[in-house]
Design a protein around this ligand. Structure first.
Ligand SMILES: [Zn+2]
Length: 217
């Protein structure tokens, strides 16, 4: 590795977890431009990691690219993978959506998703801690994409979930996004950092368009 500085990018992979896993190393990933300098990048090895989906762990291959101009390598994560999380984005999103929507408590949502209660509680807490920023960012993205203005809600987690939904609905008109569903979409446009501990304001990316939304106060 040496001087190469490693980062990750999330691409809007349309494959299911199982379809992706079954392709092993042969998984085909569109070659991105360098997100920093827009130079062409070259594929450069990769690594294996695990992802848990529907109560089972799968081993998946994550290709890497590198940019000679920047000296940076980027892991290309499929949209169902959250950075530093074992569980798929759809699982975490389903739990968050149910709890924030008032459908049930964390314990029941965790049981329904087949994940440990403590794991689910961690997601809900992390989402709640970032809900203000996420609501602002995804609301701005929804409007930017020509979608509906998100109506205010008394609960900020519910508002954030509504904003994710509004942005996804607006993005669904663009090629390649509808198939992802709202949580893989949310994972992709936040670069996998939807539930990251150290993320600042999310940096939303749609294809080659970038949105740096205002921060909430
Ligand atoms: Zn570069």
């Amino acid at each position: 590795m040496g001087r190469w500085f490693a980062m990750s990018m999330v691409w809007p992979c349309p494959l299911t977890v199982d379809a992706y896993a079954s392709m092993g190393r042969a998984v085909e990933v569109p070659r991105p431009q360098c997100p920093s300098c827009s130079s062409p990048v070259v594929f450069w090895s990769g690594y294996w990691r695990h992802v848990r989906w529907r109560r089972r762990e799968r081993k998946i291959f994550i290709p890497r690219v590198r940019c000679r101009a920047c000296g940076v390598s980027h892991a290309l994560l499929p949209a169902f993978v959250l950075v530093r999380r074992l569980d798929a984005a759809g699982t975490a999103g389903a739990v968050i959506g149910r709890v924030a929507g008032g459908g049930c408590g964390v314990r029941r949502a965790a049981a329904a998703a087949g994940v440990p209660h403590t794991t689910a509680r961690g997601w809900v807490r992390r989402f709640a801690a970032r809900a203000g920023d996420l609501a602002v960012s995804f609301s701005a993205l929804a409007v930017e994409l020509g979608g509906e203005v998100v109506r205010p809600q008394p609960d900020r987690c519910r508002l954030a979930v509504a904003a994710v939904g509004a942005a996804f609905t607006a993005a669904s008109g663009l090629p390649g996004w509808a198939v992802l569903g709202r949580w893989r979409f949310a994972c992709a446009v936040t670069g996998g950092s939807l539930l990251a501990a150290n993320a600042s304001s999310p940096f939303l990316i749609i294809g080659r368009r970038r949105f740096m939304p205002p921060r909430s106060s």
